[in-house]
Design a protein. Structure first.
Length: 174
């Protein structure tokens, strides 16, 4: 089972590369080690981390979902195609790209898709910042997708789906 924790990073961790190094250091993972966690910078110096081996005293189990449940998803993803050079998937191809890379999630309806420019080791990279709804079609596959991540550059804070039940959002709005 995957666990999640929010960690506070040093104030000087601002760029993608600095955040990458700070997260790895905070988790005590050597930078060249195999990455067994995902993370996303959520702002104000805080980062959400998901992994199987997070210490239980500082983390919570990832919410469990059931087949048929409608969920809202936030995803910062390097949705790219490879050829002579790597390029960002066009907006009209995003749904098909997600369908092929998010087992356990179906009936995807994208509500917002913005491109964002970042930098990895001083090289510019482009990503999609997505907000979409989906239906859990297979709870075990969805959990595996949430733990594995989606797309490229996961070691640098891309590809971690943040998933909440739609009914939780509706009850908060009421």
């Amino acid at each position: 089972m995957f666990r999640e924790a929010t960690i506070r990073l040093p104030g000087e961790a601002r760029t993608t590369n600095q955040i990458h190094k700070a997260v790895w250091a905070a988790l005590g993972v050597p930078e060249k080690a195999e990455r067994d966690f995902l993370y996303i910078n959520i702002g104000d110096g805080e980062t959400l981390v998901r992994g199987k081996d997070l210490p239980t005293e500082h983390s919570l189990p990832v919410r469990q979902f059931v087949a048929g449940q409608r969920v809202a998803v936030l995803l910062l993803v390097r949705a790219v195609t490879r050829g002579k050079r790597e390029r960002l998937v066009d907006q009209d191809q995003l749904k098909d790209w997600l369908d092929g890379r998010m087992p356990g999630f179906g009936d995807i309806a994208i509500h917002r898709a913005d491109t964002v420019k970042s930098e990895i080791k001083r090289h510019p990279v482009w990503a999609w910042h997505l907000h979409f709804d989906a239906t859990i079609t297979d709870a075990a596959a969805a959990e595996e997708t949430m733990g594995r991540g989606v797309g490229r550059s996961k070691a640098f804070g891309f590809g971690m789906p943040v998933v909440v039940p739609v009914n939780a959002l509706e009850s908060e709005a009421a």
